[in-house]
Design a protein around this ligand. Sequence first.
Ligand code: CAA
Length: 381
Amino acid sequence: MDFDLTDEQRLLRDTVRDFARQEIAPVAEELDRTKAFPYELVAKMGGLGLMGIPFPEQYGGGGADTLAYALAVEELTRIDSSVAITMAAHISLGTMPIYLWGTDEQKRDWLPQLCSGQKLAAFGLTEPEAGSDAGNTHTRAALEDGQWIVNGAKQFITNSGTDISGCVTITAVTGQENGNKEISNIIVPNGTPGYEAGEPYRKMGWNASDTRPLSFDDCRVPEGNLLGPRGSGFKQFLAILDGGRIGVAAMGVGLAQGALDEAISYAKERQAFGQPIGKFQAIQAKIADISAQIEAARLLVYRAAILKDRGEAFTLTAAQAKLITGRLAVRATEEAVQIHGGYGYIEEYPVCRFYRDAKILTIGEGTDEVQQMVIARQLGV
Ligand code: CAA
């Protein structure tokens, strides 16, 4: 497999790297502390074409591939996870279902405003009783006089309640099929009566990203808001999660790299016992181990992205990448805090935020245990 980047991929990576260092780094601590959604940064990312990287140019997208998208996510997370998840959830979870299964009309209606970052899209799968058991959907949609009447609740939904949230695509039970639930996808625009995004959660990390519970109370949307064939909603969303896991795995690599960057720079600067702490073997061993693991994990993420771009099966590799990188991010950020000593426990240092931001990577878009299930099933166990 060829891991050399094309000129376009390198250009995008460098553009995002510069943007993250110049525009995000100076405000990341404040956004985290005040839990403020990064509207200005999203607008700027829209201007740079980052909110629609993998979608066709005819809809205002960047026409780039999955690897380019993963590189962009990695570079954002190296500086700030909240901004990265806002972009990643918008692209791979919110907008992707509309691109993959939308009718021409749905694509024309939604994609231009989503690709430009004028509006954000959310993905409504998880429910109070349907987390890892994602098929245990209780939200229902009944077709009556040309309208879906939706009743139910979703939770932990990223990008659902900002001032620029445009829509959420949800799974809902629309009937019975051979004694099983028939689950379909439906687009629910923000502002539809009966659809409410609740108060944002108080989270451990990802503080500047928007995550809320949703409720649907006799919420009516046109029959034409069905996304893809009736009854294929669960499979569609599992396929979306496969792709989403590449983005989250890129976040794991980016966060681990960001932690390593900070640890190296601190180790060179901080003096103890008359020399920089980076001269001590105990610190060198931590830095060397983490850097080797990042390099291996990065190649796995790129492999998953390249397989997807080639149109080959990538479910197994995406789940492996997600499993490895989430754990790596937790370990790398912990080691980075350790290298910073007491200063690592103080919020002025980015590693403190990185440590809090890491844990969700072993939970969101499928827990480690779900990745293990997916991997084992793919291996025929
Ligand atoms: N793509 C397409 N179809 C798939 C698929 C895939 N990757 N995996 C399975 N399917 C199909 C199966 O073939 C099966 O079809 P048939 O009935 O025709 O055979 C159907 O879907 C059901 O599959 P399973 O029997 O395997 O389903 P399951 O109920 O055993 O569940 C699971 C499988 C892997 C555990 C799944 O429920 C899962 O991935 N759970 C985790 C959910 C998750 O990741 N949630 C995260 C939400 S998003 C998020 O977290 C956002 C955020 O933080 C920002």
